[in-house]
Design a protein around this ligand. Sequence first.
Ligand code: KIV
Ligand code: ZN
Length: 513
Amino acid sequence: MSTDIVKVFDTTLRDGEQAAGTRLGAREKLEIAHQLAKLGVDIIEAGFPISSPEDFQAVELIAKEIQGPTICGLTRAVIKDIECAGEALAKAKSSRIHTGLGVSDIHIAGKFGDEKYGKTLEAKKDKTIEMGVNAVKCALQYTDDVEFYCEDSGRADKEYLCRMVKAVIEAGATTINIPDTTGYAIPEQFGNLIAGLIANVPNSNKAIFSMHCHDDLGMSVANSLAGVKNGARQIEGTINGIGERAGNASLEEIVMAIRTRKDFFNVETNINTKEFYRTSRMVADLLGMPVPANKAIVGANAFAHSSGIHVDGFLKERETYEIMLPEDVGSPKSAVVLTARTGRHGLKHRLEELGFTFTADELEQVYQKFLVIADKKSEVFDEDLVALMSDEIRTIEHHFTLEYLKVICGTEAPKASVKIKVAGQENFATADAGGDGPVDAAYEAIRDATGKSPKIESYSIKAVTSGKDAMGEATVKILDGENRRFTGKGISTDIIEASAKAYVDAINRMVAK
Ligand code: KIV
Ligand code: ZN
C-alpha cells in the first residue's frame, strides 16, 4: 500500500511576515523563496498582492523566478483582490489563488454589515456562501488551482461550515483550508471536525483538506497533526512558527513529527529536512526575529545535553535522549554543554576530545576545580578547560620557549624570523621563513626551528579585553602523526605574537606527551 503524501504549504512570506514589527522587501522575500524551494515545500504563499504595491511586486518577482513549488497569492473573496492576484501570478509556471472569508458566527456578524449582507445572521450566512462561490469562479479564470479558506473554522457552526465547503468545492475549489484563525481549537475536537467534514460533505473527495493553525494556546502543531491523522493532506505553517500574535504552526515541527512518528501518522512529505536549520537561520536573520534557544528542531539547545544523567546516558547510547539526528535537520552536531550539572562522565569525554589523557585522581582534581568555575559561569567552554588543565592541573615542562619573533609584512610577501630556546641546549634554534600571511610565515619559521611539523586542525583568535590595546587570545589545535589532538593557547596585545605563542604551546604539549 502506498503512503499518502501530505503537501507542505509555506506561508512564512505572507502570514509569517504579518508578525508584529516585521517587514520584508521583495528582494528579501525572493531570497527566502529560493531557500524554501531548496527545502522542497510544495506551495509558497508569496504574499497578499492587493495589500501593497511592494507585496504585489514580491509575488510577481517570486512567480517569475522560482521554479519547483507552486506560487500562491492570498485574496479576500473580493473580485478586485482576485484580479490583482491573478495579474501578480501571471508568470508563474504553477500558480494558486488562495481566496476565502470568515465563516464563524462571530466573524459573519462582526464583519458583514446589515445594509449589504442582510439583516439576520441566516441571511448573512447565505450571502457569504454566494460570495465564496463567486470568488472561486472568478479565481478559476486565472488558474485551475484554487484554494478556499474558511476563516475562523475553529469557532464556526459545523452545519454551516459543511454547506460552505460543499458549495465552494462545487464551484471548483480543489483545496479547502480549515484555519483555526484564533488558535482556539483543541486537538481532539479539531481532528473530529476534519473527520466530520470529510465524512459529511458529499463532494469532499474532490478536494484536499488543509490545516492552517495559529498558536494562541500553544496547540497549533498538535491541532495540525490531529487534522493529518483525520484525513487532512495539506499542512500550512511558517518557518520558526512566526506569524500574527503568537504565530502560526511551525513547519519544521509538523514535518519532523510526521517523519519521526511515521509509525503513528503513516504519511510522508516531500521536504528535504536537511535544509531546515539553514532556512530557519535565514528567516530569523532577514526578519530580525532570533530563534529561541529552546525552540524545537532548530533552537541552539535542540540537540544539546547538559545534566549529568542525560549526558551520561547520551554518551553511552545516543538514542537514550535523542529521537532525531541533528544532521537530519541540518543542525550542527549534538553537543554536550558543560555546566555545573554535567557530571564527571561529560567532563571526561570533553577532556578526551580535547586531547588530554589523565589518571582517575587527576580527573577528580579537575572536576572539583571545574565545579568552581561552572558555579560562576553558565557554560564552561573548551578554552576554560584547556586553561584549567594546563595552568592548574598539569604544568607541562616547556621544551621550546619562544624568545624572539620578528615579522615583516606589508605590500611584500610576509617574512618571519624566530629564535627558540630548546631545553637542555645552550644555543638557540633560529629560522627565517615566508608564508601566505604573517601568521603562516611565523608558523613556518617555528616548524623549521623546532623540527616539528604537526598538522593544524583549527586556529582562532579572539579579543579577551576591550579597547585599542585589547589582549588577543589565540587558540591552535594540532594533530600529531597518530591523530592525537593538542591545544595550545597564547595571549598578547600583538595577535601575531599570540598566534606564535599558541603554536609553540601546542607543540610543547605534543612533545611532553
Ligand atoms: O489565519 C487565517 O485564517 C488566515 C487565512 C487568511 C488563511 O491566515
Ligand atoms: Zn493565518
